[in-house]
Each structure stands twice: as C-alpha cells, then as structure tokens.
Design a protein around this ligand. Structure first.
Ligand SMILES: [Zn+2]
Length: 304
C-alpha cells in the first residue's frame, strides 16, 4: 500500500484501507496488491494509482519511446514490438504527456544545478502537414552550447515561394499562426529565463520585435547565415565557424531522429498536435542521451 493514501471511490482515509490479497498481472508478470476499503466495501489495487492504469501492454512503453526518437515510423515500431499500429498511435499521445512532465522537471533541475540560463539560441524549424503546400513552422528556443530545448510551438504558416500559388488554388488561404505561436512560447520563456539573458538568432524580422516585447533588458545578436539554400540538409552545410551551430545542429539531429521530419519521407504529419507530441517525446529521449553522455565524460575525467 505504498502510494495509496485514500480510497479512490469514497475518499476514505488510509486508516480505512486494508490489504486484500494479490493478483498476478500477466501483462508484465507482476504481483499486484489488492486493497479493500472498509467504509464503502469497494476494492481496488496499487495499480489504480499508476499512470499505466488500464494499459494492456506496459512492457512496450520504453521501447516505443526510444524508437519514436530513433527515426522509426509507427508501422515499423508496431511490427517490432508486436502490437497494432493503432496502439502505437495512442501510446504516442500517452508518452507525450509523460515526456512533457519530464521535460519540465528536467529544465527546472538544470536551472537549480547550474544557475540561471545566460545564453539562448532561437530559430524556426520548417516542416509541413499532409503536403508541402501546407507548411508548419516550429519555433524553438534552446540553451546555447548545452543543446537542451527550453520550449517550442507548432504553428501553421501559408506556403511561400513557388508553392504559394498552387497551395492557394488547392487548399485556399492558409492561416498564419506563427506570430501568435512565438508570443505564446515567449510567455513561457519569461518564466524560466532571467531578464538579462542573451539571444542569438538569424535575421528573421519578427525576432527583434519579440525579444524587445518580452525581454526588454535582454541583449540580442543577429547572425546571418547562408542558409537561404534549399537543397540538402539546409541546417548543416557550412565549413566555417557557425555562431548558431547549437540550434542548427539540434535541428539537423531532430530531422534525422524524428521520422516525420526527415527531408524525404513517406511519413508525414497528419495532425499538427501529433507533431507536437512527437517532439515532446524526442526532447525527453534527447535529454536522456545528453545526460548519459555528460555522465560518461565526467567518469572519464575522474579516471584521468
Ligand atoms: Zn471507499
């Protein structure tokens, strides 16, 4: 009765609860303590209070989480772990909620350990839903040098360039939510960043306005990169020193590890919300990876 503090049916205190045997959960071969409430007579168990309550395939969670951040598509993951593809789709949503909590906690832990964040890189990652004619933008803020993402949003933008006309003919006028999305992201950033933080961005014309509005005391340096180029992995193609390396490298990594962000892929986003979920899971796994690397380097350092 470790985590149990009250009856979930009638809210009776712990003193009214008694142990009532075990049952064997075939799904993950565990014995689960059953509990009976003396006040209402209802039974429940230790599993009632866990976030995997009522799941049928608990064992797949960790594998699915890592696979979703290792460039595997839902169909391949379903085949690998032996479930229906719809299970992967629903688990994506469930895992994302868990990852969001993790990410928040981890960011706070980082600030507690290393002090306030001094430098931030900010940029927009471009992708699309369903077709190239319906682009999405993903504004992302990340800690300079450390690669830990601070937050992101997913927003629809109108098609641009040579696709603009085709897009308008086929799908009508497409909403531009990018300004609103960046503002909402900056509201979130206000809660975690100090006032005098330093921003590094490219020459996007909305960024200075945004930074002035939400961080009037912050400094801002603009680094124009030759990223106008549309072919290949746009983010990583320079040979000289890149002041925006951290964010460009992170974007390139996300494109390589999140299947639906690949440059040429069969898997596309059908719902912007699911892209957002997927990125949350990716950030969670990425932070685990960075953490492992940091620990490894520390251990190596200690050995000399
Ligand atoms: Zn009760």
């Amino acid at each position: 009765m470790d985590a149990t503090t009250h009856c979930p049916r009638c809210d009776a205190p712990r003193s009214s609860l008694v142990r009532d045997g075990f049952y064997h959960r075939a799904d993950d071969s565990k014995f689960i303590q059953r509990i009976r409430c003396k006040d209402c007579g209802q039974k429940f168990s230790n599993a009632t209070f866990t976030d995997t309550y009522r799941q049928k395939r608990r064992r797949i969670n960790e594998t699915v989480r890592v696979c979703l951040s290792s460039n595997m598509c839902p169909r391949d993951i379903a085949e690998l772990v032996g479930v229906n593809i719809k299970t992967i789709a629903s688990r994506l949503i469930w895992l994302a909620a868990r990852s969001r909590k993790n990410n928040q906690r981890r960011l706070q832990a980082y600030i507690d350990e290393y002090g306030p964040i001094k430098q931030v890189q900010f940029d927009d990652l471009l992708t699309f839903e369903h077709t190239n004619c319906k682009p999405l933008t993903v504004p992302v803020a990340i800690i300079d040098d450390v690669r830990i993402p601070l937050g992101f949003r997913v927003a629809s933008i109108p098609a641009f360039g040579r696709l603009a006309k085709v897009s308008k003919e086929r799908y009508g006028k497409r909403a531009d939510d990018s300004v609103q999305a960046r503002k909402s992201l900056f509201e979130e950033l206000q809660k975690v960043l100090p006032e005098d933080v330093h921003f590094k961005t490219d020459g996007h014309r909305h960024y200075p306005v945004l930074i002035k509005q939400y961080f009037p005391k912050a400094t801002h340096s603009i680094h124009n990169s030759d990223r106008g180029c549309v072919v290949g992995q746009g983010e990583l193609k320079k040979t000289h020193f890149d002041p925006l390396f951290t964010i460009n490298h992170s974007f390139a990594n996300a494109r390589a590890k999140i299947n639906r962000l690949n440059r040429r892929t069969w898997c596309t986003t059908k719902l912007p919300k699911r892209l957002s979920d997927h990125i949350d899971i990716y950030i969670d796994v990425l932070c685990d990876r960075l953490e492992r690397k940091r620990k490894y380097l520390q251990r190596r350092e200690a050995m000399g």
